[in-house]
Design a binder for this molecule. Structure first.
Ligand code: NAP
Ligand code: GDD
Length: 347
């Protein structure tokens, strides 16, 4: 049985990747941050108590700001594959929490690489995946490929560039199997509710069901290359199965504006979104990334990977999911139950 260790397992991608690896017969270990509330909601469907026969998913408390703790988990899990997905991953928030973002995203990766280097020196070969981002291209004109120079436009993106180059350096300096994925935006019904796609599908669904009246957004003209997270974790896994460690852009090659996302989501809800969406400047970024569109030819030819879910199918999948959530919420409210808020989201 192969063993994998995932940082950021409680996030959108972590949950899809854990599911994929479990289906492939892996024993999966994940690092979970201690929080005062549960942060393992996305893992609930695949988690079994470790006392149950056949349990293959094991969670360990940890934080990428704590190198010693990570090393202990590494020795305990003893993985052949390590996927570093942990991040303060919100671009807008990174302008408010720049030092923290750098500590987690850039230095956090360095801490893990140092641990992996020492793990290898003790005779343990582990393949390492670093979750890079199309945000690293920032102001570089589309289409962006592995050959496009980085031009980061936020503390988050600059930190991801640092993590990318730390990873390349450790690959070259110590001959380790280290690969960077440079993933363009990918979404799903499990997407965090403060990212624009989910904010829109959740907001428009609630408006359709009469649970709220307005949705406040920022820049509607930004263009992104949006794919489906379930497809992207398959690419992540394939990157680590290659004979040589290399870096890959993962993208659909199609780009759409936030406005176009609203048009499709609104139409699927049967709602004229222009009557409900208002602009709030707090959602603008000090420096914006205007247009991202990836050229994933290398992944197509070398990994044999291509996205399966189209943009239209993705929007529909997310809207359908959030309409169902809103229906459940309305049923509870109309039966006199108090709906338990899952949180309040600002950014
Ligand atoms: P996400 O939903 O925000 O998940 C981030 C994960 O990192 C969560 O499990 C979070 O834990 C964990 N985390 C945050 N700070 C941590 C810390 N200090 N120590 C340990 N864990 C920490 O992000 P995602 O969308 O799944 O993305 C996964 C990775 O891919 C991230 O590195 C992201 O930057 C990168 N990426 C994402 C996209 C995309 O479009 N989704 C594109 C390119 C790259 P909590 O659950 O406790 O918050
Ligand atoms: N979050 C958010 N909220 N974004 C908004 C809003 C809003 O109310 N209104 C407009 N936008 C615009 C943003 O300005 C940005 O141009 C675009 O919508 C997408 O924003 P996000 O969904 O927050 O994603 P992102 O592209 O900044 O970052 C995501 O993708 C990266 C890969 O390119 C994150 O998942 C990053 O972690 C990831 O690396």
């Amino acid at each position: 049985m192969k063993r994998a260790l995932i940082t950021g397992i409680t996030g959108q991608d972590g949950s899809f990747l854990a599911e994929l690896l479990l289906a492939k017969g892996y024993q999966v270990h994940g690092i979970v941050r201690r929080a005062s509330t549960f942060n393992t909601e996305r893992l609930a469907p695949i988690y079994h108590d470790r006392h149950e026969a056949g349990a293959a998913l094991f969670l360990h408390y940890g934080d990428v700001s704590d190198g010693a703790g990570f090393r202990r988990v590494l020795d305990l899990a003893h993985p052949e594959e390590i996927y570093n997905l942990a991040a303060q991953s919100h671009v807008r928030v990174s302008f408010d929490q720049a030092e923290y973002t750098a500590d987690v995203v850039a230095t956090g990766t360095l801490r893990i690489l140092e641990a992996v280097r020492d793990y290898a020196a003790r005779g343990n070969a582990a393949r390492f995946y670093q979750a890079g981002s199309s945000e690293m291209f920032g102001a570089a004109s589309p289409p962006q490929s592995e050959a496009t120079p980085f031009y980061p436009r936020s503390p988050y993106a600059a930190s991801k560039v640092a993590a990318h180059w730390y990873s390349v350096n450790y690959r070259e300096a110590y001959g380790l199997f280290i690969a960077n994925g440079i993933l363009f935006n990918h979404e799903s019904p499990r997407r965090g509710e403060t990212f624009v796609t989910r904010k829109i599908t959740r907001g428009l669904a609630r408006i359709t069901l009469g649970l709220q009246s307005k949705l406040y957004l920022g820049n509607l003209e930004a263009r992104r290359d949006w794919g489906y997270a379930g497809d992207y974790v398959e690419a992540i896994w394939r990157i680590l199965q290659q004979p040589q460690p290399e870096d890959f852009v993962i993208a659909t090659g199609e780009s759409h504006s936030v406005r176009e996302f609203l048009d499709l989501a609104g139409a699927h809800c049967g709602l004229d979104w222009t009557k409900h969406v208002e602009t709030d400047p707090r959602y603008f970024r000090p420096t914006e990334v205007n247009a991202l569109c990836g050229d994933a030819s290398k992944a197509r030819s070398r990994l044999g990977w291509e996205p399966r879910v189209s943009f239209e199918e993705l929007v529909k999948m997310m809207v359908d999911h959030d309409l169902e959530l809103a229906r459940q919420e309305r049923t509870l409210t109309s039966a006199g139950h108090k709906v338990i808020e899952r949180g309040v989201a600002q950014p």
